[in-house]
Design a protein around this ligand. Sequence first.
Ligand code: MSP
Length: 584
Amino acid sequence: RLRPLVQSQRTKVRFPRTHGCGHASSSRAREGARDARACFTTPIFYVNAAPHIGHLYSALLADALCRHRRLRGPAAPRFSTGTDEHGLKIQQAAASAGLTPAELCDRVSAQFQQLFREAGISSSDFIRTTEARHRVAVQHFWGVLEARGLLYKGLYEGWYCASDECFLPEAKVTRQPGPSGDSCPVSLESGHPVSWTREENYIFRLSQFREPLRRWLQGSPRAITPEPFHHAALQWLEEELPDLSVSRRSSLLHWGIPVPGDDSQTIYVWLDALVNYLTVIGYPDAEFTSWWPATTHIIGKDILKFHAIYWPALLLGAGLSPPHRICVHSHWTVSGQKMSKSLGNVVDPRTCLDRYTVDGFRYFLLRQGVPSWDCDYYDEKVIKLLDSELADALGGLLNRCTANRINPSGTYPAFCATCFPREPGSTGPSVRAQAEDYALVNAVATLPTQVADHYDNFQIYKALEAVSICVRQTNGFVQRHAPWKLDRESPADAPWLGTVLHVALECLRVFGTLLQPVTPNLADKLLSRLGVSDTERSLEKLFFLPRFYGHPCPFEGRKLGPETGHLFPRLDQSRAWPAKAHRT
Ligand code: MSP
């Protein structure tokens, strides 16, 4: 449907050499250098409606990845989020709310900022696409594409979906009965209404990028995670890849960034929005080159094509490499249905943070959200999960090992290597450790690596599951040795009692350290209770059970923190544990 009116001279597209579009040549050293400079991004959020839990989920995934990266080493990653404020959708939403677009943007952008502050999203930058720095970046980027001969003016005729801000081929449009019974054209994928558009626009030579994109994706099998989304992107390259209209007539779309040198056209909102990832690293100033392409984009599956096809093609067109990584997540539904204003089932994340606490709700979304498939939200599920894993299992474990009755001195007890010798199967009158205890030590010792691997694979839910399994195993260890039955005054029991508590506290120290990216306040409370100082909370400093391995333990004999309250109060009091079980 694209008929070029003025065809500028085609120039051959040159691709950057340095980052090789993911060629196998990437050495460990370069991976290392890339690791040192890392940038995480969330999508920038449309301001046509208030934030919901799906938006918070996108931001939380990025936040947890970034916090985990910070725990790993001294190099501070960058982390950006923000609001996507231009385009027809915003222009129309403002008009129907009786506001100017700028008023709507200010209002809703502030809601996102407040939500993210309250939810502990630790971003280092919040970008608004209406900022001057962004306009400079977008217009510069446009200029580069133009100078490289990748834009031409042409007639675009076809369907446009304002809700999704995208052009659609006929095959992706279907009819649905409208409010008055007439047949309305809608997007096959999203169900949103589409309208017929016929106008002269600037067009990007997307069709030239099929092969370079294929090379990039085939050469970097981990560029898009989880794998089915990588596969989907490659699949798109098997289909038609028409050139892309990248501007709209400004008489129709005035709320946006004007095409440099042609005020009659406004830059397409997706081009505008995607460039935010460069704006936040200082583009077009030279400093941006030390950060690009070390960026990991976290996005929802509905915007995969924009990030996996259009964005890398635009970048290649501008002489830059595709992003280091794109991590894709699926959607939250509510009681089996898509969240939507019209169905009235939108879950307000601020109510959830109030009801379940910040750490509780962060834990729920990240523990239950599985990027590969949609997840269903309902309140009972939150209560059940938080009560069993945070209140009972983790909170109960801490209680059992620090309660005054069992640990009256309020110190980190000593480990006795004779009771728990390094070699499993050792015999002797003082040996008390059993085979399952060695299994526990082994599981917790390898937990940080397991968790790091899960983060690397964008499977935070698996990292949390692994921690939860170890928490259960540690509770089993405590239950098995019933320290409350041991006699503190007996020379035979006392060292073993200390050892059981020492091992359990060491496990808790590992859990607290590893939970910091997901439940930062709860982890702080836990680590403070264990007497772990701020400088002892990184992954580098995490040496589990050093006494078992024959090294000194800096915690032994240390005073426990003074805060003795519940780590995570139960939400469902009616199903609280019987008081007796609580005490043990
Ligand atoms: N503005 C574009 C993104 C531009 S990025 C250069 C946009 N905004 S959005 O507000 O509609 O969506 C932002 C993010 O929220 C997307 O990653 C989207 O997938 C995510 N979610 C929107 N609804 C969702 C659920 N119901 N569940 C989970 N995430 C969902 O798209």
